[in-house]
Every structure is written in structure tokens, then in C-alpha cells.
Design a protein around this ligand. Structure first.
Ligand SMILES: *Cc1c(COP(=O)(O)O)cnc(C)c1O
Length: 380
């Protein structure tokens, strides 16, 4: 053994060595508090400012609208709870979808317990939200629409620009959870009409535990974390300097030559899908064939329990997942697969492969060999 094939890049990604190298000085020598006014403090402050500038540039927003958080989950909470609580005098209705990440779904449920009302709109068999249904669900008291950019389980890319137009027309704020999209789709926030956006560094070869909430300055929002004056008094706590520096470097790498990277990852994914179909023509692709993230391959293997599949692949050094990573200990069928109309049998036979730029065709050949040699043994 010893071989490791990592095909779970939607769960997290490997830290890029170039990112680590940028981070190390801030873990070792440059330990000043960015709020301190002597040199090593100022140095840390400048490093944060630089990362903020790079991140703002990568999505085409104003750097003063970037707030560092502890990750994608905190960014989702900060934005959704923050906007809801600050704007409740205008209305208490929120629209989201049934296929959001739990960081959005459970945040909305929490707001329901605070007295907000939430409409969870459905999706079609490809995981696409219906724009007409979205517009019809808008009420006089709707204050926020939160729809993810790309789904983490089936990779469906939502019509963000069209949603942005609808939101603008009705004067409603629009948040998108873009955690899966950064580094996998070119994003221009200004062009898309997005008012708030969440991202997380560990999904694009950066460190875990650091993210960003972009919140347009026109939006009033309440703090999620109160305390010191960091992040313009909007998100307290001494900054995670090394991780913020790493996130800046990671987004710089992730957003350069993005179309080449997308083509490469798509080529690997498509090769894998074709080889799987050659192996077993009964394989079903979950989600949209065309409108999906380049690396995402969520497939149903008829008659093979996905827990057994996961075990088999793991025994051979291959990392994949069933549902989302946060879901892996729960045996209930994925809420995303249920929303696209998969019955529990199909959902429990489904596995997500998510490829990234570090994967190779040779790795895919190895995956296919493992499947070929073992698939029938673990069936039923
Ligand atoms: C991973 C993920 C999150 C959570 O981000 P963390 O940084 O792990 O908290 C939120 N939304 C989506 C779509 C994700 O894929």
C-alpha cells in the first residue's frame, strides 16, 4: 500500500506548498498582533491588508467590503443572520433553496426559531432552481435571497446572474454561498449583481479555518461576533494572520489561468465517467450533465451500497465521499439527492468523486481497475 488517490476535492483540498511557504513566517517570526502599533504589529497588519486586496481583486469587489472569518460556515452565518437581524423592520421573510449546504439551511432554521419565515424552493432533476418559482415566492416582506453558486454534492451551477437581476428588480439583498465556486468558476461579483458572498480557503488549496464574507457596504448587518475593533468592528477577534496570508496566496493561484485549469479538470472527470460507463452501462449520473462543476462526478452504481463502495475504495487508497463530508456519519439519504428526486435506494447507491488539478488520468485508470476487479463482489 502507500498509494493515495485523493478524489474528494469538494470536501477539502491539499494545502498548496506555495501557500504554506507564504504562511510559515507568520507562524514562526512575524507573530505581532496586527492591532499593535510597533513594527512587527504593523508588518502583520500590512500582510492582512495585502491579502484583503488580492481577494477583493479576485472577485472584483471593493476591499473594504471583505471580512475575514473562521471559514465558509461562519461567513454564511454572519451574512444571513447579520442581514436578517439588521433588516427585520423591513420584513422577516427569506428565500433559499432545498439544496443549500447545512451552513445555510441550519442558519435559516435557526432564524425561523427567532420568528423569521423562510421559503425553501425546490430544484429540478438537474438540481437547477426555477427562476419563475423564485420570483413567485417573493413577498412584500422578503428581505434576503440566499442561493448557492454551485452545489457541493452534485456540482450544479445555479443561474446567479439571473437571480441577481430578480433580486435587484424587487429590491431584495442577494447572498450566494460561493464556497464551491471559487477557483472552479471565474467570478465577477459586480457583473453578477451579488450583494454578499461566502468563501472558504480550504476548498481552493488554502488552509482550513479561514474564510471571507463579502458584504456590500450598502447593506446593514448585525455582528455575529462582538468584541474588539477588528474588521471595522464588524467581526471581533485577533486576526488569524498566517491563514489570512495563506488565503490571499491561495486565491491568487486559484484564479490565475482558471480556464486552463477548468479544462484540465473537466477532461479528467469526463475520462473517468466514460470509463465507468464502459465498465457498467447502468451507471446513472446524478445532476446536470453540462451545467456542473468541472471536477464533480456524482454517480449511482446500481445495487452497490455506497458505504461498501467507500470502504472498498478506501482499502485501495482512494478517497471519495457519499453526500457531503459533514453528512458522512449520518445514514439518512442526502437532502440534495432527495431534492432532485432520487429515491432512497438510488441515493444510497450514489458516490461523489470530485477531481482537482492535482489528479491525473493515470489515477483514473487505477480507480477504474479497482472498480473493475471488485464491483461485482460488493454488489448486493
Ligand atoms: C465546505 C462548504 C461550506 C463550509 O465551509 P467551511 O469552511 O468548511 O466551514 C459551506 N458551503 C459549501 C457549499 C461548502 O462546500
Amino acid at each position: 500500500m502507500g498509494r493515495l488517490i485523493y478524489a474528494d476535492n469538494s470536501a477539502t483540498t491539499k494545502l498548496d506548498k506555495r501557500v504554506l511557504d507564504e504562511m510559515l513566517p507568520y507562524l514562526e517570526f512575524e507573530y505581532g498582533n496586527p492591532s499593535s502599533s510597533y513594527s512587527i504589529g504593523i508588518k502583520a497588519r500590512k500582510a492582512i491588508d495585502k491579502a484583503r486586496e488580492v481577494i477583493a481583486g479576485a472577485i472584483n469587489v471593493c476591499e473594504s467590503d471583505i471580512y475575514f472569518t473562521s471559514g465558509g460556515s461562519e461567513a454564511d452565518n454572519m451574512i444571513i443572520k447579520g442581514i436578517a437581524r439588521a433588516n427585520k423592520n423591513k420584513g422577516k421573510h427569506i428565500i433559499t433553496s432545498r439544496i443549500e449546504h447545512f451552513a445555510v439551511l441550519n442558519t435559516c432554521e435557526s432564524l425561523e426559531r427567532e420568528g423569521f419565515s423562510v421559503t425553501y424552493i425546490g430544484v429540478d432533476k438537474n438540481g437547477m432552481i426555477n427562476l419563475e418559482e423564485l420570483e413567485k415566492s417573493i413577498r412584500d416582506d422578503t428581505i434576503l435571497i440566499s442561493i448557492m453558486f454551485a452545489n457541493n454534492e452534485i456540482g450544479t451551477i445555479e443561474p446567479i446572474k439571473e437571480i441577481g437581476k430578480i433580486a435587484k428588480k424587487h429590491n431584495i439583498y442577494f447572498h450566494t454561498d460561493a464556497v464551491q465556486a471559487i477557483g472552479n468558476i471565474a467570478i465577477d461579483v459586480d457583473d453578477l449583481g451579488v450583494d454578499a458572498l461566502s468563501m472558504s480557503a480550504h476548498k481552493f488549496y488554502g488552509p482550513k479555518g479561514v474564510g471571507v464574507a463579502y458584504i456590500n457596504e450598502k447593506i446593514d448587518f448585525c455582528n455575529l461576533i462582538d468584541g474588539g475593533h477588528q474588521e471595522k468592528c464588524k467581526r471581533a477577534g485577533t486576526e488569524n494572520v498566517a491563514s489570512i496570508v495563506g488565503m490571499g496566496k491561495a486565491i491568487e493561484i486559484a484564479t490565475s489561468n482558471i480556464s486552463e485549469k477548468i479544462s484540465k479538470v473537466k477532461m479528467i472527470r469526463d475520462y473517468c465517467y466514460k470509463k465507468m460507463l464502459d465498465l457498467d452501462s447502468k451507471i446513472i449520473l446524478n445532476g446536470s450533465f453540462n451545467n456542473r462543476l468541472a471536477g464533480n462526478l456524482n454517480v449511482c452504481f446500481d445495487g452497490i451500497d455506497n458505504q461498501n463502495m467507500l470502504l472498498l475504495l478506501d482499502m485501495n487508497g482512494i478517497c471519495v465521499s457519499t453526500g457531503s463530508a459533514c453528512n458522512s456519519n449520518v445514514s439518512a439519504p442526502s437532502h440534495v439527492l432527495s431534492a432532485i428526486g432520487c429515491d432512497s435506494k438510488r441515493a444510497n447507491n450514489s458516490v461523489r468523486f470530485s477531481f482537482g488539478e492535482l489528479n491525473t488520468l493515470e489515477e483514473v485508470d487505477y480507480i477504474i481497475d479497482v472498480l473493475k476487479n471488485n464491483m461485482n463482489r460488493i454488489r448486493h
